[in-house]
Design a protein around this ligand. Structure first.
Ligand code: 4NP
Length: 174
C-alpha cells in the first residue's frame, strides 16, 4: 500500500461520513463473512463502530440466504469472533455504494471489475492481501473443499490483513 494512494490520503472518516467497506469472495459463506466478522470485531475493540459500515457479498448467487459455513463459524468462535451475516450476491450498485471493495482472490477481483466496464469505480477495488504483512500469495485461498487447516489459515491471513488495513484507515479517522 502506497502512502500516496489517493483513496487513503484524501479520505476523511467521520461520524457523518463513515467509511463503507464490502468484503467479497465467491460464495459469501467462507472467506468474506470471516473478513467481515473479524474487521467488525476489531472496529468494536477500537471503539470505532460509528466510523465504519461493514458488509460482505459473493460474486456468485449460489449460497444466497445461507449463514457462514460451519467450519468458518467454528474457527471464528474459537477466537471470540461471531459470524452473523447471511450470503448475498454482489451487484453493480455495490460499486457505487461502497468506498472500498476488498476482493479475496484474483478471480473475485476480475469478476467485480467486469461489472464496471468503464472503469469508473476501479480505484475502490483492492485485493485483501495487499494489506497482509506476510503476503505469501496474492489471494486468500478458497478453503471450501478442504479441511479445518485451510479454514484456520484463512482466519489467520484475514486477521493479519484486517489489523493492518484498520491501522492504515484509523489514521484518517476524525
Ligand atoms: P467462499 O468459499 O468463496 O470463501 O465463500 C466458497 C463457497 C462455496 C463454493 C466455493 C467457494 N462453492 O463452490 O459452492
Amino acid at each position: 500500500m502506497m502512502p500516496s494512494d489517493p483513496l487513503f490520503s484524501n479520505v476523511r472518516i467521520t461520524r457523518e461520513t463513515p467509511m463503507r467497506i464490502c468484503f467479497v469472495c465467491l460464495g459469501n459463506i467462507c472467506r468474506s463473512p470471516t473478513a467481515e466478522g473479524i474487521f467488525q470485531h476489531m472496529v468494536y475493540e477500537r471503539g470505532l463502530q460509528d466510523r465504519f459500515f461493514i458488509d460482505s457479498a459473493g460474486t456468485s448467487a449460489w449460497h444466497v440466504g445461507e449463514p457462514a459455513n460451519s467450519k468458518s463459524q467454528q474457527i471464528a468462535n474459537k477466537h471470540g469472533v461471531k459470524l452473523l451475516s447471511r450470503a448475498r450476491a454482489f451487484d453493480a450498485r455495490d460499486l457505487e455504494e461502497f468506498d472500498l471493495i476488498l476482493a479475496m482472490d484474483k478471480q473475485n477481483h476480475e469478476d467485480i471489475l467486469s461489472l464496471d466496464p468503464r472503469g469508473t469505480y476501479q480505484h475502490k477495488v483492492r485485493m485483501m492481501r495487499d494489506f497482509d504483512p506476510q503476503p505469501d500469495d496474492p489471494s486468500v485461498p478458497d478453503p471450501y473443499f478442504g479441511g479445518m487447516d485451510g479454514f484456520q489459515n484463512v482466519f489467520d491471513v484475514l486477521q493479519r490483513s484486517s489489523a493492518r488495513l484498520l491501522d492504515l484507515l484509523e489514521q484518517n479517522v476524525e
